[in-house]
Design a binder for this molecule. Structure first.
Ligand SMILES: Nc1ncnc2c1ncn2[C@@H]1O[C@H](COP(=O)(O)OP(=O)(O)OP(=O)(O)O)[C@@H](O)[C@H]1O
Length: 279
């Protein structure tokens, strides 16, 4: 793959300041019992947070509320102190399926998003931005191809390039690598990590893959499903927020050699096996 050009950080950067505040979020599909309740957490600017939990606990619902694509039945989510009430180009979303427009080339798919974000930009400015991010994900040679001419991994890279190209204040990733084979997945994880570090991007990501969370996240939210208990029904919730103690400059290949890796991995797996879900 050709060397990738550096990318400027997401402006304005104030690492450490609170970017996202989620307070008492709840979701119920009446008459069913609430999926989750009292979900509260914050995210700092530049932080990479993964949420992990079994199917059905409500991860996608939370992400959709943060994206402004769904509404909660209780609680609030604020970004930069303003309540999230609908979609915004300050939040970029990547889903498991790439959601590209099949009749447009890679260049035009991404240009469409860039033009929406900066309507005053000249065609040249838009194209420069598109090229920069397409090259960043290693797809320079495929820029004028249509999605049908690309592999699944390449399409997912286009989705990632498009999300980064609008330089959102926050990136929301819903299992972006879920449909990829292990090899492609590993390569794109490494790429994502490199781009996130370069751009100081704030990321909220759903994954089912414990090693992926340990590789990418600064913090991992462990979410448990709603369940019947001896004292009645308990809606789903975030059971724990686990800080990743491993050095930030880590690689997939070296992960399992790092002190603390197995302890962290065992803690998360133990949560998923014994505490995340009523059996
Ligand atoms: N429109 C709907 N009507 C009723 N129930 C719904 C609706 N949408 C989602 N649900 C329920 O809400 C719960 C949470 O769904 P959600 O997709 O957020 O879970 P998830 O943790 O992301 O699951 P997965 O890991 O399988 O994607 C599920 O039990 C689902 O059946």
């Amino acid at each position: 793959m050709p060397p990738t050009p550096p990318v400027p950080p997401v402006p304005p950067t104030d690492p450490g300041a609170t970017l996202l505040r989620v307070e008492g979020l709840a979701k119920a599909y009446v008459p069913a019992k609430p999926v989750f309740a009292d979900v509260s957490f914050t995210m700092q600017r530049g932080e990479f947070v993964c949420i992990i939990g079994h199917s059905g606990c409500g991860k996608t619902t939370i992400l959709n509320v943060l994206a402004g694509l769904d509404t909660a039945t209780g609680g609030h989510a604020f970004m930069d102190g303003r309540e999230i009430v609908g979609p915004s180009l300050t939040r970029g979303v990547v889903f498991q399926s790439h959601a590209l427009m099949p009749w447009l080339t890679v260049r035009k798919n991404i240009a469409f998003a860039v033009e929406s974000r900066w309507p005053d930009w000249s065609r040249k400015q838009v194209d420069q931005q598109v090229v920069r991010f397409v090259e960043l994900v290693g797809l320079g040679a495929a820029i004028d191809k249509k999605p049908s001419q690309l592999s699944g991994g390449m399409k997912q890279r286009v989705g990632i390039a498009r999300a980064f190209a609008i330089q959102p204040r926050m990136l929301l990733l819903d299992e972006p690598f879920g449909a990829l084979d292990a090899l492609t997945r590993g390569t794109i994880q490494d790429e994502l990590m490199r781009i996130v570090r370069q751009t100081q991007q704030t990321v909220f990501m759903i994954t089912h893959d414990v090693d992926e969370a340990i590789l990418l996240a600064d913090r991992i939210l462990l979410m448990r499903n709603g369940s019947e208990t001896s004292s009645g029904y308990l809606p789903g919730n975030i059971a724990e927020s686990v800080a990743n103690p491993l050095p930030r400059e880590r690689t997939r290949a070296g992960l399992h050699h790092l002190d603390g890796y197995y302890a962290l991995r065992n803690h998360i797996v133990d949560f998923l096996v014994t505490r995340a879900k009523a059996t």
